[in-house]
Design a protein around this ligand. Structure first.
Ligand code: COA
Ligand code: MG
Length: 319
């Protein structure tokens, strides 16, 4: 089991690090994770004051979400390097992870990893800062397999659809939507699967990026369904109104959850009955070891999302 199996991160709320009001509001919300943003939601002229505010607010604590992260600025800029240094130094034990934007090469990740180790050693901390890596450019996508395996602190890969569309030359006006006049169903299918594959090959979470049109609820649902059904663990949200929609779509439905529990139970009872064949029929469908694995994965996601095990079931999904 990898560390990512233990986490449920369906909704991840972006909170501008320059807004005391929104940070205060975020304490009361039900996102699985909130992150205080120092990057694109903060004006250049407010970068330093936002960082100071974020440090104060992290030290105050009191966030409802089980996980709190900080998104720092790009690491090829001094401001981004200072973000990490000051956040870890002044609030090192008050957040769970740092989100690194615009990651493009494994070398960058190794360098950040080394810097964190040196910083933590100097502070008497030990390997406690996890990192999440945003893949949001053509180069980042080409290198994603190596990026995913470059540092043991990495817990997730996060798709950044806005910067990615710009980097590719896609004609997208609303972040997270298909390009204007796109005749197909999903312009991001290849990208989503490539990032997901790199994440899973390295035991990481895979997180989809935001959807910026707050008026378009069907659009948010569709994009959430596209990534959740592929296997993504969660999706960024930009506004409190998006949290419940995303939480619900990234939680297996009751029907699927209960079916997976039944399959596990059938498989166990079939195996323990001393049968010689590995496959059998259940409700007209073939079940084998691969079916059991699929069912266990869905069951684990359901439990992590807070679903109650079916009546008379035990923690292994036995009905
Ligand atoms: N986090 C916490 N609180 C938020 C919030 C967020 N991301 N977005 C809105 N709110 C709060 C507002 O402060 C307001 O609070 P109130 O009821 O106490 O006054 C309430 O939710 C309703 O907000 P609303 O008036 O509908 O929106 P707004 O005009 O205040 O904000 C945005 C709209 C888009 C500017 C805002 O949602 C936002 O900044 N989102 C995050 C942007 C971001 O971080 N982008 C970069 C990463 S993708
Ligand atoms: Mg971005």
């Amino acid at each position: 089991m990898t560390r990512s199996d233990l986490l449920s991160k369906r909704s991840i709320l972006a909170v501008p690090g320059s807004s005391e009001k929104m940070i205060q509001k975020s304490r009361l919300l039900n996102a699985d994770e909130i992150f205080l943003d120092l990057e694109d939601s903060v004006l250049l002229s407010e970068k330093e004051s936002a960082r100071s505010l974020v440090i104060v607010e992290l030290n105050k604590g009191g966030f409802n979400s089980s996980s709190v992260a900080v998104r720092v600025n790009e690491q090829n800029q001094l401001i981004g390097v200072q973000d990490i240094e000051q956040i870890v130094t002044q609030a090192g034990s008050k957040f769970n992870s740092i989100i690194i934007p615009k990651v493009e090469t494994p070398e960058q990740v190794k360098e950040i990893c080394k810097r964190l180790t040196e910083l933590e050693l100097s502070l008497g901390l030990a390997n406690q800062t996890d990192i999440q890596l945003q893949i949001e450019s053509a180069r980042g996508l080409l290198n994603v397999a190596e990026i995913a395996g470059a540092c043991k602190r990495t817990i997730s890969l996060v798709f950044g659809p806005g910067d990615f569309a710009a980097s590719m030359g896609m004609q997208v006006l609303n972040i997270g939507e298909n390009p204007v006049n796109y005749p197909g169903d999903d312009a991001y299918h290849y990208v989503l699967l490539t990032i997901l594959t790199a994440a899973r090959a390295n035991g990481l979470l895979a997180i989809d990026g935001p959807f910026s049109d707050l008026q378009n609820e069907p659009g948010l649902k569709l994009r959430s369904q596209l990534s959740a059904s592929l296997g993504y663990d969660g999706k960024w949200v930009i506004h409190p109104s998006q949290i419940e929609i995303v939480n619900s779509i990234f939680t297996p439905t009751k029907e699927v959850f209960e079916k997976s529990s039944k399959i596990i139970a059938q498989f166990e009872s079939y195996s323990s009955s001393g049968q010689v064949a590995g496959a059998f029929l259940f409700e007209g469908k073939m079940i084998d070891e691969a079916t059991r694995k699929m069912a266990e994965m869905i069951y684990a996601k359901g439990i992590a999302s807070g679903l109650k095990r079916p009546k008379n079931g035990d923690e292994n999904g036995k009905a």
